[in-house]
Design a protein around this ligand. Structure first.
Ligand code: 5GP
Length: 141
């Protein structure tokens, strides 16, 4: 199967602005940042996304996310950070190698080109609805 862009970055075939690297994880600047300091964190071991990712790979990523998020925070004293992770095209995934976006957020939008708007429309459900949803998910764990 053809390598994804991110596998080519890991293998050094495509250049990147490296932020962090260890045996299991590689982190680099997103080439089309949505805010100043937008950084990607990826496992070296390939998985398409979170749905086919093994627990060790997830743990390796989880271990470094706070370190890198704090480095981004220190660098720009941002006012907040979002961590995004898209799975499958319908959910916004465009590169099919698991990755986490660390996106610093700024009150000073202009200087830091923070034009991100997140629509998060809350719905109201009855307890019976929650119980049905809970059961459907839990039985698949
Ligand atoms: P997704 O939409 O799959 O969640 O995110 C993919 C991200 O990869 C996008 O934010 C996009 O800007 C970034 N990206 C795509 N190609 C490259 C590349 O060649 N180099 C880097 N550094 N980032 C890339």
């Amino acid at each position: 199967m053809e390598k994804t862009i991110f596998e080519k970055i890991i293998d050094g075939e495509i250049p990147s602005y490296k932020i962090y690297e260890d045996e299991y994880v590689y982190s680099f600047l997103d080439v089309f940042p949505i805010t100043k300091g937008h950084t990607l964190v990826i496992p070296k071991k390939h998985s398409r996304n979170i749905l086919d990712c093994d627990p060790e790979t997830a743990a390796n990523i989880g271990r470094v996310l706070p370190k890198i998020a704090n480095a981004v925070k220190e660098a720009y004293n941002c006012d907040g950070i979002n961590i995004f992770q898209n799975n499958e095209e319908y959910a916004g995934q465009s590169v099919f190698h698991l990755h986490f976006h660390i996106v610093p957020r700024y009150k000073d939008k202009d200087t830091n080109f923070d034009n991100l708007e997140i629509a998060w429309p809350p719905q109201k459900l009855e307890p019976a609805d929650f119980e049905k949803i809970q059961e459907s998910i839990v039985k698949n764990l």
